[in-house]
Design a binder for this molecule. Structure first.
Ligand code: FAD
Length: 439
């Protein structure tokens, strides 16, 4: 409830507010929430609902279409203004624009706010007014804006909630929670909700930030913030992360490098939204159009082996097992598994993106699209195509004692198999396919 500008504005302006969540997954285009995201959403809504009840306010649930649900609530309560925090995924942004005009046409006021971004995607451009395609100049242009962030809003002092005459579906009726319990590993790994997010931010700033510049590359350590799902679901905002990291740095010279590295990673999240905003087609097609003709080599057997963590490369299989068990994978390992899939196994990057979409608790259309296209070499600021991560030296460097691989391979029910692909031959084949694209 902290740093939630829509909630704060509504509570400030109105005597009574209706707190509403409209569930409308089919308004998310080709990318409705996957299984792990639905799991998180269920837990997060349950937490939010309990937190609000603790303050004497009820969270109301409705099913979409969003506009119909909003109009029905407006009619039932006589509400004269609707507030929300903006979303930036192309299908949702378009939906919100339509909802806004339709509400305005009926005389309802609408106010949308920015809770999710340090620099909103459309608000930064190159000197000649174009979107950025390379991270470093983009982030250089954004840095001065970090000094002008609005103050962090405290949770509203008072929420006087209005009742609705007819009940909506219960949380269970939204069908987000799994019916077959596959989620024990997620339960053990995460505490969805605002309190879980704030606790994790505090732990990160106290114990991890100082060494983050190095520890962020070590999947065997608890060396990153693990805030990505909390950020994706809006349980915490990037302004709060930035402010907490600044506080933790204050007066501690040794923390500067960790602070800089962390803020830069928050910057990649901003950049991902900037790229997606300006290139909405990239959720399904490469930003670099030459890759539309790339000679992928579809093979369901290889794809299944990758998905199940049965490639025979310990670091890759461990990463896929960590993903399956906890709904999260370390960033370095994400790059390595994505490189093996798209380059050595030559499976389409969208196959990988879709698997991540279903299994990641932090599945985020902007970051996932950017991440996959970056590794595949076909996106913004992409790794040059010839940079093909070799999982063996990568393991020696980033998991030096093999502790990460051991931990997650132990969780598999069959022994490691031999590699499903020859790294050297597949690398040569990938480079050959790439050279045929033409420059
Ligand atoms: C193939 C691939 C797919 C990815 N898919 C997603 C995704 O669906 N959702 C997602 O949030 N991130 C994605 N990432 C980016 C990154 O792996 C995760 O954000 C990061 O691992 C989350 O862990 P953390 O919170 O501990 O990160 P930290 O290292 O603590 O970073 C802090 C925050 O910065 C942001 N961030 C860090 N790195 C990146 C990055 N490369 N791109 C965008 N934002 C970043 C995240 O919000 C993260 O919580 C992907 C990366 C790759 C290579």
């Amino acid at each position: 409830m902290a740093d939630n500008p829509a909630l704060s504005a509504a509570c400030e302006r109105a005597d009574r507010v209706v707190l509403l969540y409209v569930h409308a997954p089919d308004e998310e285009g080709d990318w409705p929430p996957g299984a792990a995201s639905r799991w998180w959403l269920h837990r997060s809504l349950a937490r939010l609902s309990a937190d609000l009840l603790g303050r004497g306010a009820e969270l109301h649930l409705r099913r979409g279409p969003s506009l119909e649900a909003l109009l029905a609530v407006v009619r039932a309560t006589g509400a004269d203004c609707v507030y929300w925090n903006r979303l930036y995924e192309p299908a949702l942004a378009e939906r919100d624009t339509q909802v806004e005009s339709a509400l305005r046409a009926t005389g309802i006021e609408v106010e949308s706010c920015n809770a999710a971004m340090l620099v909103e995607p459309a608000s930064v451009a190159t000197r000649d007014g174009r979107p950025y395609r390379v991270f470093t100049p983009y982030w250089r242009a954004c840095l001065p804006r970090l000094e002008e962030q609005p103050r962090i809003l405290p949770p509203p002092r008072r929420i006087t909630a209005a009742q609705l005459p007819t009940p909506g579906p219960t949380l269970d009726e939204l069908g987000l929670a799994p019916t077959i319990r596959w989620d024990a590993g997620l339960d053990a790994a995460w505490t969805p909700g605002e309190a879980g997010a704030l606790t994790r931010l505090e732990v990160f700033c106290d114990a991890i930030l100082g060494g983050y510049a190095d520890s962020r590359e070590r999947p065997d350590l608890d060396g990153t913030s693990r805030l990505s799902p909390h950020l994706h679901f809006g349980e915490i905002g990037p302004r709060q992360c930035l402010a907490a990291a600044r506080n933790a740095r204050a007066g501690r010279a040794g923390r500067q490098a960790g602070f800089d590295a962390f803020v830069r990673e928050l910057g990649w999240r901003e950049f991902a939204h900037h790229v997606l905003h300006h290139h909405p087609h990239t959720t399904n097609a490469p930003l670099d159009p030459r890759f539309a003709g790339f000679a992928w080599d579809p093979d369901p057997r290889l794809l299944a082996a990758w998905q199940r963590g049965r490639t025979g490369f310990p670091l890759v299989d461990a990463g896929m097992q960590q993903l399956w068990t906890t709904g999260w994978m370390h960033n370095r390992v994400r790059m390595i598994v994505a490189s093996l899939l798209t380059k050595n196994l030559r499976q389409h990057w969208l196959e990988g993106a879709r698997w991540f979409w279903d299994t990641l608790v932090d599945a985020d259309l902007a970051s996932n699209t950017l991440g996959w296209q970056w590794v595949a070499g076909c996106g913004a600021d992409a790794a040059p195509y010839f940079r093909i991560f070799n999982p063996l030296p990568q393991a020696a460097r980033h998991d030096p004692d093999g502790a990460y691989a051991r931990r997650w391979l132990q969780a598999q029910d069959s022994p490691q198999q031999s590699p499903i692909v020859d790294l050297r031959a597949s690398r040569a084949a990938a480079l050959d396919a790439y050279s045929r694209l033409g420059r």
